[in-house]
Design a protein. Structure first.
Length: 390
């Protein structure tokens, strides 16, 4: 099914009801903050240039390295899932600039609340990529201590982490801390009631929180225009705090805008909504087939805006990186992929009985019965194997 045929299907409504169809926001608008064009050219922005004015060539190479290694890890995880090593994987392909730019804008004492796709942000916060895979393999419920990196565990319930982030931000404000909180969510989650409630509370209590929406334009198979009449960043106006749309494939713009928003929060100026306008190049998860609901032409158009390619073009044109740097990074990338694969394959099989633990604080007769039934079911496979040997 093409994008055009999806958009053409109109919902039925009663006679006399008139509704103006929302237009899908284009890839670039006058109000979209951009510092690095898809062609890799540096452009000026009077409001946000200052936040990256002192960035060094070494730091630029660091941003490029972050994106390349994150993409390599992501690709390895996808392959591992296809080979049966992981139960599921949510790829970040195409969203590296939004995650690395915003992640590198945070301070060590800031607190991050991710969803389940923020592998690049996890990288910036010092979480070992191999630890991310334990949850997707079913070995653990996260694999890292949130307080060690100020990076919360992945949240599967769509949008609920924005409430957690708002409450945490309200708490640190009452404690008098000058740190900030950033909550990540997608365009699909922006339709959840939890997100609306988070906006309300953060505005009323002037909470030091940045809401970072990665608008990759597809909530699984639902395009953004089926969820909103206006660009998502404009929703902040109704709650009384600023909203900014940034080119989500421009790592410099994402870095600058997020720095600005976090500094506002730390100064006690309250929340900000940042909409990183980007594109999900792959499937929603490895259980999804995007060819069923979007056109190849759409993906091809966004491939030309690849966040990694545009920064490489800028590095080369500015003589900030040579072939030796890229060759060394390629070798590091392959080594990372190999290490991740080895770590995952060495992980133990999940404890299939762990699902019965902590269901009730004091135990429960029904849970005990279900555990016994499951144990008998598992034992039946061993009995069948013994029967085959006789």
């Amino acid at each position: 099914m093409t994008v055009e045929s999806t958009a053409a299907r109109k919902p039925r409504r009663s006679a006399g009801t008139k509704r103006t169809a929302a237009k899908k926001p284009p890839g670039a608008q006058p109000d979209l903050v951009q510092l690095l064009t898809p062609e890799g050219k540096r452009v000026k922005n009077g409001e946000f240039d200052a936040y990256v004015a002192d960035i060094t060539p070494e730091e630029l190479r660091g941003l490029y390295r972050d994106m390349v290694l994150t993409r390599r890890f992501d690709a390895e995880a996808t392959s591992l899932q296809r080979q049966g090593e992981l139960g599921l994987w949510a790829s970040l392909l195409g969203q590296e600039a939004a995650q690395i730019g915003s992640g590198r804008a945070t301070r060590e004492d800031d607190y991050v609340f991710p969803t389940y796709r923020e592998h690049g942000v996890a990288w910036c916060r010092g979480v070992d990529p191999a630890n991310l895979l334990g949850m997707f393999r079913g070995v653990n419920n996260g694999g890292w201590d949130p307080n060690s990196n100020n990076f919360h565990l992945y949240t599967i319930v769509i949008g609920s982490q924005t409430l957690h982030a708002t409450g945490y931000a309200m708490g640190i404000a009452k404690d008098g801390a000058d740190s900030a909180v950033i909550a990540y969510f997608g365009d699909g989650a922006s339709s959840q009631g939890d997100v609306a409630e988070s906006f309300t509370f953060s505005a009323v209590y002037n909470a030091p929180v940045v809401f970072f929406c990665q608008n990759n334009q597809w909530a699984i198979s639902e395009p953004t225009e089926r969820q909103t009449r206006v660009p998502l960043y404009q929703r902040a106006q109704g709650y009384g705090f600023p909203g900014v749309r940034v080119d989500g494939n421009d790592v410099l713009a994402c870095l600058a805008v997020t720095k600005w928003a976090l500094e506002r929060a730390r100064r006690g100026e309250g929340p900000t909504l940042v909409e990183a306008f980007t594109y999900r190049m792959g499937a929603h998860t490895t259980s999804d087939d995007p060819t069923k609901y979007r056109a190849d032409e759409e993906r091809e158009a966004w491939e030309a805006k690849d966040p990694i390619l545009r920064l490489r073009t800028y590095l080369e044109a500015s003589n900030h990186a040579d072939e030796g740097f890229f060759a060394e990074l390629e070798a590091e990338s392959e080594a990372l992929g190999k290490r991740v694969r080895e770590v995952v394959r060495a992980m133990p099989d999940p404890d299939s009985f762990a699902i019965f633990e902590n269901a009730y604080a004091d135990g429960h007769a029904l849970v005990d019965e279900e555990r016994a039934q499951f144990a008998a079911y598992q034992a039946s496979f061993a009995d069948e194997g013994e029967g085959d040997q006789r």
